[in-house]
Design a protein around this ligand. Structure first.
Ligand code: HEC
Length: 420
């Protein structure tokens, strides 16, 4: 198992490799050396650096990093030799020595098969609308094999050469997005023939990306059902947000600087009070029926809706508790999507809360029945992130402890191999 410092340099190394490969691809494209494929530059080779192998094998990553350092050192020596002629012998010996001593890892370990779309980034923005579209595509085209719950046990599964994989695993996180996209469009095969049929011509690119968005949601709910946590990091779905009379904004506008708490409310679960530690985003059962849609200031609407049976706290603005949250997800599909992420039926969702970190990853969940935060709310974490003795202070309330843990343990590299 790895220790926290190796997570830090490993993350930096993976980000740098990703950056170098995609910048290189962009340069080739600009120079006209490579074409495009499905709307973005096509990776022209059958191989790429296997970030997913480096991330699970720290010894390999260390070897790789030392070799890169040796190559960089050799290049610097040779450049200096060009200008400092008198020292060229020594500099050449140093360069050759560094290259000879470098621990060159076997290419079969750090290279892996690539496809033209390996470096493609999903264009959907992981919006609630895209997830809802993906849910329809999935039900029509994929559930027969992959199962309605994503655990690979659909009615056709037993008739196939190979059992479809379960989404309750880290599978979607181990693959580059663009490779998943390619596999769905062009299918997959092994030595015995086709294992999964391709959907080129039957589904548009947009529908395939949407189905993959939905599979991430399924992964969260299948993971909850199987082991109580999310096997791959899941982003906070993007949705248009209405705050009182302010113009609509996308929730992604807060990414990078603000934590977000999402709360599913109904008449018996009133909106919580604002808390300066995060933006509170309310999800309502049916935005179509809610007074919000009738251009009433939202906070007033929620207070009115909440008034009859509020049990936990006073409904009005009070000097003691402050103001009730009034930013509402403005999408009729949000309720359904958040119910799937929580792995509960839509009727049981009210009262559920989530926390998203400043980078826009959903991290923690407080189920409806629990009425607020208890210990262990973090759904996506490294087991090694907290060094011995760095347990959250026992006196911190559970919400504060969860926030602290979330901030101390950010989601790391997620493009084809991740640590989280
Ligand atoms: C006929 C059955 C069948 C259908 C229909 C099907 N799949 Fe698959 N799928 C499989 C099997 C089997 C595998 C495992 C293939 C393998 O590992 O070789 C798989 C693998 C996958 C993977 C993992 C890919 C990877 O890189 O390992 C994804 C993602 C996926 N399917 C998505 C979809 C989507 C999206 C749809 C619907 C648009 C779909 N599948 C429809 C049978 C199916």
């Amino acid at each position: 198992m790895t220790s926290p410092p190796s997570h830090l340099w490993l993350n930096a190394l993976l980000q740098a490799l990703q950056f170098v490969q995609s910048t290189w691809l962009g340069t080739l494209y600009t120079l006209g050396i490579t074409d495009d494929s499905h709307g973005a530059p096509a990776w022209p080779w059958g191989l790429r650096i296997a970030g997913e192998n480096l991330v699970i094998d720290v010894a390999l990553a260390r070897q790789f990093a030392w070799t890169l350092a040796a190559i960089a050192f050799a290049i610097v020596c040779l450049l200096v030799a060009l200008f400092w002629r008198r020292a060229w012998r020594w500099l050449s010996v140093a360069a050759i020595g560094a290259l000879a001593l470098a621990p060159w890892p076997s290419p079969s370990l750090w290279l892996t098969a690539a496809v033209p779309t390996s470096f493609h980034i999903s264009p959907t923005g992981f919006t609630v609308q895209s997830i809802a579209r993906g849910s329809r595509v999935y039900a029509a085209q994929c559930a027969a094999c992959h199962g309605a719950d994503g655990r690979g046990e659909g009615p056709l599964a037993a008739t196939l050469n190979r059992w479809p994989p379960t989404m309750a695993s880290g599978l979607l996180g181990r693959r580059a997005d663009g490779e998943l996209f390619w596999h769905v469009l062009y299918g997959m095969r092994d030595d015995h023939g086709v294992t999964m049929p391709g959907f080129l011509g039957r589904l548009s690119d947009r529908e395939v990306w949407a189905a993959l968005d939905y599979m991430r949601v399924l992964s969260a709910s299948a993971g909850m059902a199987a082991g109580g946590s999310w096997p791959v990091p899941i982003a906070l779905p993007s949705v248009s947000v209405k705050c009182a009379d302010a113009p609509d904004r996308q929730v992604s506008a807060w990414r990078g600087n603000q934590r977000v708490r999402v709360v599913a409310i109904d008449a018996s679960h009133p909106a919580p009070f604002e808390d300066p530690r995060f933006l509170t985003l309310l999800v309502q059962r049916s935005a179509a029926q809610a007074p919000v849609q009738a251009q009433t200031p939202t906070f007033k609407a929620i207070r009115t809706a909440a008034a009859p049976s509020a049990e936990r706290a006073p409904v009005n603005v009070t000097p003691l508790f402050g103001v009730r949250a009034d930013c509402v997800a403005d999408s009729p599909q949000a309720w359904q999507v958040f119910a799937e992420i929580a792995g509960v039926s839509p009727s049981g969702l009210a009262g559920t809360e989530w926390l998203a970190d400043r980078d826009g990853w959903l991290r923690a969940l407080a189920p409806a029945g629990r009425r607020g935060w208890a210990d262990g709310g973090l759904m996506c974490t490294t087991t090694t992130a907290l060094p011995d003795g760095a347990q959250p202070s026992p006196r911190a309330d559970p919400l504060t402890a969860t926030l602290r843990q979330m901030d101390d343990d950010p989601v790391r590299f997620v493009k084809g191999g991740f640590v989280h």
